[in-house]
Design a protein around this ligand. Sequence first.
Ligand code: AMP
Length: 568
Amino acid sequence: MKQMPNLEDYKKAYREFRWEDIEKELDWLGDGKLNIAYEAVDRHLKTSRKNKAAFVFEGKDGAKETYTFFELAKSSSRFANVLADLGAEKGDRVFVFLDRVPELYISVLGTLKIGAVIGPLFSAFGPDAVKDRLMDSEAKVLITSPRLKNKIEEIFNDLPDLEHIIIVNRDRENIELCDGEVSYEGEMAKAEDDFDIVKTSKEDYAVMHYTSGTTGKPKGVVHAHAAIKGHYATAKYVLDLHEDDIYWCTADPGWVTGTSYGIFGPWSNGVTQVIYEGGFNAKKWYSIIEAYRVTVWYTAPTAIRMLMRFGDKLPEKFDLSSLRHACSVGEPLNPEAVVWGEKVIGIPFHDNWWQTETGCILIANYPVQDIKPGSMGRPFPGISPAILDDGYRELPPGREGHLAIKPGWPSMFRTYWKKEDVYDSRFKNGWYITGDKAKMDEDGYFWFVGRADDVINTAGHLVGPFEVESALIEHPAVAEAGVIGKPDPIVMETIKAFVSLKEGFVPSEELKHEIQRFVKKKLSSAAYPREIEFLDTLPKTRSGKIMRRLLKARELGLPEGDTSTLER
Ligand code: AMP
């Protein structure tokens, strides 16, 4: 049955929202201590939710598993014991490189229970992407599967801090464990299922996600246990999660949406989630909503546009009547997609905005307010965004500028790992500068304009051009590379690389494909250039920096702007 909120109660809740009240709704561990894993799972064992399903899992192969909150609490405590027996301690970095299988979720929670910092990695990553992250974070433990381990085998000699690899062998393959490797199943079978959760302070580091910038390799965005306040409150009021909801977040925990809203937000609200291991498939996605009677759905614009491409007739073949609320994040959601949702699946998509650094949703189209299609919505209570000029002064409504947020919200990132200077550089004139350009209208709705830097948003993945350029120039034929994002109607931007070749190499279609394969294998299927163009030389400043801005202007037929620094 559809559970329709009482709008008046809801409007009152928004009007009267106070972070102090949210703090009271959490279950603190005494002396101001707070642990995300406890908030998300173990605290439910004292309630009638103990035997409620925390998640129903469907594997790529059709395998189905259900875990109650009790089972999830016990398994993650077991895993906490496994980590503790291996010598992992509070503050250590533990990374998980798995597909969306139950062991991924158990690993995340178990790591948090020992007070260590969890870093989830996309299973689509190649060896370079994984190595950069494990090396930078000085990770001590990696949890992975035989298939994914094989993919990155070449990196292990370069990681002196990595002491243990825990192998999750769901398919019970016949494998030999090497030095430093242990079997997940073997260790779990031996471990106790009771664990005294480490009483972390709200400021202790909990979660790390790497994000791309314009320069340098991806940076580790660090969140503290206090972030659970933001996850809990926004899952409740923006995703509109209620006790009886069946919730499906299509994001992978390798991206912050898949942890904040695929693990912590919904479970701290005691809600049952659907976890589907497979990737995008229009028919399958509709059938999941139908089969599990999904009521709240959180997805992304690229996926919605891909569903739209499959047409209006396909959804008619499925019973999608269980859906009550749908949200979208990660890229601008075009107005047609909002309207399409209403017409074809019966409810509009509610766009919302946030980023890895903000930890939780900060701007949103709420269930109780009118959607302005094409807008990201209005600020969450207690959040103060503004539009600033280049001198970081507030601009009036209607003017385009830097989207900035007043610092201090609970789930704000605490640092970039070992890059305190870069962290500090994100704050100007008392504001956190998001790196996005936007404008605000007279009604307080925010409208996305674009990125203020060269970071590329392709299908919701932020890709730093520097990371792709670094991979490109490792190819023996490549002398120089410049990478830009090119507008695309489905995935927002595709990656295009301009490449000059070393002496002795001749441009050819075959070489293009070889370079593409090379980068795809190193980084990931999301971060390789769909298009490569060979140039004799790349435009550079006199100090030798490749002028991506100029490459982009030329590619798109836009004015070239100021070229006074161009090397001639
Ligand atoms: P990430 O940190 O990878 O989650 O990416 C955050 C970035 O994605 C933001 O800074 C924006 O550039 C973009 N983004 C996220 N949500 C939206 C949205 N609703 N509309 C437009 N862009 C968005």
